[in-house]
Ligand binder design. Structure first.
Ligand SMILES: Nc1ncnc2c1ncn2[C@@H]1O[C@H](COP(=O)(O)OP(=O)(O)O[C@H]2O[C@H](CO)[C@@H](O)[C@H](O)[C@H]2O)[C@@H](O)[C@H]1O
Length: 622
């Protein structure tokens, strides 16, 4: 394989070549869109089509550019240089106020909390009357049936938001043995004969359908000795990369066999990042010309880095093609493939879960090695802050807490505080309760969590923690802490995953600590805000995009909703937590205003739903 120049350098030098090379690549290989799909399973044999000629020294791969929008919908561009630049991406991170005929998205006012990049995008105009889209989410997790982290909540919330806006939305998941079947309704087989190409043969799968709180979900069950999804937990196995490569192949094979041609396939994280590779390498040639792919990266840390075995297993039988730096070769390990990188290269649009983190990942070393890839593909990359589902996380209607409350009867919150204390046998005193809920992962700033426990206890606050880790060493560490603090009347450490308890802690606590090392978005602070539990967070990623410091923000007073600190160290943490505790004691009326601001803020899926629809509209095949 020829060594190639890093794409960042190439991109500038070969811009003109790029468009021609890509056009040649895609059109030479693909049959006309009218060609009917070939019958039978996709096998290695019928995929041995003549590969399009790729010059290893050519410009970075850009896949299947959607046709240019109609002239009247083009944004104004100052000095267009190339075709890809002419199609400026949508400014989806900005609020859209509906107007009679169209949506106008104004540029965001410059504030200290706005990261210095990206440069302001020209406003786009969107038609208010969008056509209804067919959207399929292919995902390893969805709350509450298969939840490990925040990705699960995002798929649950976003899929409903898209559906209530009149789109047809389906979700495809693995059929794990650990699924919460009590949340799946009318589960039944819908496809008994799905054969998914795998190594030299094919694996027989059954597809089930069921409703998860109204969401239309398909569950893929493979029948093979690998026992891919009957392992007792979602992740944590040596063959995780192969398990999800198989799932990705199975999901798109299912779409093809079932004759489904969604407008948009929305993938999530490295686990499903091969879907666009399969689409553009195999299935487009089999007639799936219509779907476009949006990939959301919830966490850059996990990328699915693996060896050549993946290619043999998944039918990507051209190592010289896929080990190309411009396709799947890992940026740092020349003998490894990187699934998340492949997803970035092959998708039509890539999002991460806040604009601030989009910037940090591309420019500030938080892309875990993918920074050059993000630069190369920056015209199809951006950030959308997550929402939370106010049907699930809303103290006004939450049946999982003892007392319901809203901004007009905040006092009822304190019934929940009493209930939380009873549950954890904490002293009933005048102290505030500081809480932490989250995966016990180094990402979450575990040293600072530990420090915050002792700091809170020494400064007149109680502390409760709910968390778990798949890493035994970390769990043991927190078990040690739990034993050490067991007799304290002001502290409780709960190790495990417990959704009911999480609701009680959000409702019963006064402050929610999120001292993460990095945080693409963060849902805990968003949920806490809704429950009037004041976030104390580090100023990074989505935390900085959603929490505005009571004392040091340039936001209007009525928008300030928490406390922030910059430096990842004990002093940084104390500077914010100390102010929060002091305010609770010394200025209770100020603290009360913060609670009201927090509860009034809108972090529902309303705005991010609009943002994603703008993106879909931008990339879809018209
Ligand atoms: N032990 C426990 N018991 C009960 N509930 C628990 C729990 N531990 C965590 N949870 C819940 O799980 C969710 C976790 O949300 P996070 O934003 O912390 O997600 P996570 O870091 O996993 O995901 C990644 O994806 C999400 C979604 O995009 C991003 O917000 C985030 O920054 C990124 O790291 C919250 O709803 C929380 O209440």
């Amino acid at each position: 394989m020829a060594e190639v120049t890093p794409p960042a350098a190439q991109a500038v030098a070969t811009e003109a070549v790029e468009t021609a090379a890509v056009a040649a690549d895609v059109t030479a290989a693909a049959p006309s869109s009218d060609a009917p799909p070939a019958a039978g399973a996709v096998t290695a044999a019928n995929l041995e089509l003549t590969p399009p000629v790729i010059d290893d020294h050519a410009a970075p791969l850009v896949i299947d550019e959607p046709p240019a929008p109609a002239a009247d919908s083009l944004p104004e561009i100052n000095s267009p240089k190339s075709k890809s630049q002419q199609k400026s991406k949508p400014t989806f991170e900005l609020a859209a106020e509906p107007e009679p005929e169209q949506f106008f998205i104004p540029p965001e006012p410059v504030s200290l909390e706005t990261p210095p990049e990206p440069a302001a995008q020209p406003p786009l105009h969107f038609h208010a009357q969008r056509p209804s889209l067919f959207i399929v989410h292919i995902t390893p997790e969805m709350a509450p049936v298969a939840k490990v982290g925040g990705l699960a909540d995002v798929v649950f919330g976003l899929s409903r938001e898209l559906a209530i806006r009149g789109n047809h939305v389906e979700v495809i998941l693995p059929k794990y043995d650990t699924l919460r079947y009590d949340h799946i309704f009318e589960m039944h087989r819908v496809y008994d004969d799905l054969w998914v190409p795998w190594y030299e043969g094919a694996v027989h799968c059954t597809v089930f359908f069921g409703f998860v709180h109204g969401r239309k979900c398909f569950f893929i069950e493979p029948h093979s000795q690998d026992n891919f999804f009957n392992r007792g937990s979602v992740y944590g196995f040596n063959d995780d990369v192969l398990r999800y490569a198989f799932f990705s192949r199975a999901a798109i094979e299912f779409l093809w066999k079932a004759g489904k041609h969604p407008d948009i396939i929305h993938c999530h994280d490295w686990q499903t990042a091969l879907v666009p590779v399969f689409l553009y390498e195999f299935y487009q040639r089999l007639g799936m010309m219509h779907p476009r792919i949006c990939l959301t990266i919830h966490n850059f840390k996990h990328q699915g880095v693996t060896g050549a075995e993946l290619l043999r297993a998944s039918g990507l039988h051209q190592p010289e093609r896929f080990f190309d730096y411009n396709r799947m070769r890992d940026n740092h390990h020349p003998n490894a493939l990187n699934l998340l990188k492949a997803g970035i290269v092959y998708s039509n649009f890539i999002t991460t879960v806040s604009p601030r983190h989009a910037f940090e990942a591309k420019e500030q070393g938080q892309g875990f090695g993918l920074e050059p890839t993000l630069h190369t593909h920056q015209t199809k990359y951006g950030g959308v802050v997550n929402g939370i589902d106010y049907d699930v996380w809303n103290p006004e209607v939450d049946l999982q807490i003892p007392a319901r409350y809203g901004v007009s009867n905040i006092d009822a919150k304190y019934d929940n505080k009493r209930a939380l204390r009873q549950r954890f046998m904490l002293a009933d005193n005048e102290k505030p309760i500081v809480a932490f809920i989250g995966r016990l992962d180094p990402q979450k700033g575990l040293e600072l969590v530990r420090h915050a426990i002792f700091y809170s206890l020494e400064h007149g606050a109680q502390f409760v923690l709910l968390g778990a880790s798949p890493d035994h060493a970390i769990n043991n560490d927190f078990w040690g802490l739990k034993r050490m603090l067991n007799d304290s009347p002001d502290c409780h450490v709960e190790i495990g995953f417990d959704d009911d308890l999480a609701h009680l802690i959000y409702a019963g606590s006064d402050m929610m600590l999120v001292p993460s090392r990095f945080e693409p978005c963060g849902l805990t602070q968003l949920i806490a805000l809704r429950y009037g539990t004041i976030p104390v967070v580090r100023s990074i990623g989505g935390l900085a995009d959603t929490v505005y410091d009571k004392d040091h923000s340039d936001r209007p007073l009525h928008e300030r909703n928490g406390y922030r600190f910059d430096n990842y160290d004990a002093l940084g943490l104390e500077s914010a937590l100390g102010r929060a505790i002091a305010c609770y004691y010394e200025y209770p009326d100020h603290f009360r205003h913060l609670i009201e601001n927090a509860m009034r803020a809108d972090f529902s899926w309303n705005r991010p739903g609009e943002d994603y629809l703008n993106i879909y509209d931008f990339i879809r095949d018209r």
